[in-house]
Design a protein around this ligand. Sequence first.
Ligand code: C5P
Length: 319
Amino acid sequence: RAFLYRLWKGNVSSKMLNPRLQKAMKDYLTANKHGVRFRGKREAGLSRAQLLCQLRSRARVRTLDGTEAPFSALGWRRLVPAVPLSQLHPRGLRSCAVVMSAGAILNSSLGEEIDSHDAVLRFNSAPTRGYEKDVGNKTTVRIINSQILTNPSHHFVDSSLYKDVILVAWDPAPYSANLNLWYKKPDYNLFTPYIQHRQRNPNQPFYILHPKFIWQLWDIIQENTKEKIQPNPPSSGFIGILIMMSMCREVHVYEYIPSVRQTELCHYHELYYDAACTLGAYHPLLYEKLLVQRLNTGTQGDLHRKGKVVLPGFQAVHC
Ligand code: C5P
């Protein structure tokens, strides 16, 4: 519990994590499997307003548009949706919800509040059926990692989870964001299932995030953190928060910073326990959360009881 109180105040470091998680973080730093070379400088003292302006100017959402090699020569300009993600709601949505998949959302009764937003973002294979009372049933956007597209157990082609929603997929690319290298050696080959899905469902908005956007987010997290963060992409949760900040005037994030219901149950829909899901091992999740905690404009009561953070969308940020 002491750790949770300190997390709410933004006053934690990786040294307070259990030894197993600390070891995992250290091993990822040594491995540096994506070839990260941080060239920025660390500036941990920015104010909330300064941070928001930095995010607004540098964390612009970017998806593959088929104009760069190797995708240009492969006909991707005609394969990707004609309307870019940023233009789907050109006048912006008013209020949006980002629903994390954390076990702590169980017994929250947040479903009704979540569904009252204009748009709702969910992640990977997180279901709503059977969990409506706690997570709601509206889904507008779903962010999926490349394993969802490639692992047959997720039934990407025929599961209703991936129908009638805006899909945004991503895969860890090299830090250099060299698209030729990435295309030849993705973490999981999302390109083939993406092409098939686009051909079979040309009217469904379905995008792949540009590696430059993902690593830009990583740079911003590292610049604003005193410690050396894991040299791996930010979690889907952080990516999703930034996508909604660019599409909505106000963003309500549920169970990213854990509420009093904090638990080691990884996902609300799965009987699997691991503290790494909430605090991070591969992803720099603890540092993402500390950054989001600094941006919160919601009340302490909502943070503690609902695990809710309220953030302004970029249209509402004046720099
Ligand atoms: O596990 P998955 O990536 O599908 O979960 C979606 C996002 O929810 C994660 O990327 C992470 O940001 C957040 N999450 C969390 N705590 C958990 C589980 C997920 O913060 N226990």
